[in-house]
Write a protein that binds this ligand. Structure first.
Ligand code: C5P
Length: 233
């Protein structure tokens, strides 16, 4: 397939969940399968973009890109994902499809936490993780186009547009979770893409079909600026 506007553009995609360790045997995770991010990475590589796919713990095989170029980096925690994304710069486009933990345990217990006989409960102290997208928005090597995802259970447009503004994104792909046939573990999904002057419904369709449609939109919105890959990479 010819790449069009994406040919030669460095695309960084994050995918999957993060696992935040509590002790050597337990963690806080979430239900992201990584399917949407992997489909986006495959679609970008098929359009001749060099792709860096940064994945949390998933059971998916690395997409077969034929002649395309895709470099996969596996991480576990939100902090590791943050470091891997920053380490992948410069990039022309960042698509944050990962479900990154917002909170992580303040400390990881060195030994397995035991049930204590004296108390019915256990209190974990959690601290905020660093927001990858928000940090990219103000980074000296800010990618030319920043795309976020918003998984919402209610008031999808209001929350998605709030994140678009707060994280200074170019586009945000919102989906309602908890609806049958879409969301985290499903092969299908339905998205609404919000941007400046834009509200575009995509699907319901397979995540591969949605990835192709999202990349089509990204191509239309690509800044005409010089590519990151021409400068420092
Ligand atoms: O605010 P919320 O976590 O719902 O926003 C979701 C979007 O923000 C996703 O694109 C996700 O990848 C990104 N995110 C991030 N770093 C975090 C938390 C979320 O980049 N620490």
């Amino acid at each position: 397939m010819s790449g069009g506007a994406l040919a030669g553009r460095h695309v960084v995609v994050s995918a999957g969940p993060t696992y935040e360790d509590i002790d050597p045997v337990r963690f806080l995770g979430n239900r992201s399968s990584g399917k949407m991010g992997f489909a986006i990475a495959a679609a970008a590589a098929a359009r001749a973009a060099p792709v860096t796919l940064i994945s949390g713990p998933v059971t998916l095989p690395t997409p077969d890109t034929g002649s395309g170029s895709l470099h996969r980096i596996d991480v576990r925690s939100a902090a590791q994902m943050h470091a891997a994304v920053i380490g992948a710069l410069p990039a022309d486009i960042y698509i944050g499809a990962a479900a990154v933990a917002d909170y992580t345990p303040a400390r990881v217990a060195a030994e397995k936490i035991k049930k204590s006989s004296g108390s019915d409960g256990l209190t974990l102290q959690l601290v905020r993780t660093r927001d990858i997208l928000a940090d990219l928005a103000v980074h000296p090597h800010r990618p030319g186009l920043l795309v976020g995802f918003a998984a919402e259970t209610e008031e999808v447009e209001r929350h998605a547009r709030g994140k678009l503004a707060a994280k200074q994104l170019d586009l945000i792909a919102a989906n309602r979770v908890g609806v049958a046939g879409s969301g985290f573990e499903s092969d299908d999904n339905a998205l609404v893409i919000y941007g400046s002057g834009l509200a575009l419904s995509l699907g319901p369709a397979s995540k591969h079909e949605l990835a192709a449609q999202l990349l089509e939109l990204i191509c239309q919105r690509m800044p005409a600026a010089t590519r990151a890959s021409d400068s420092t990479r």
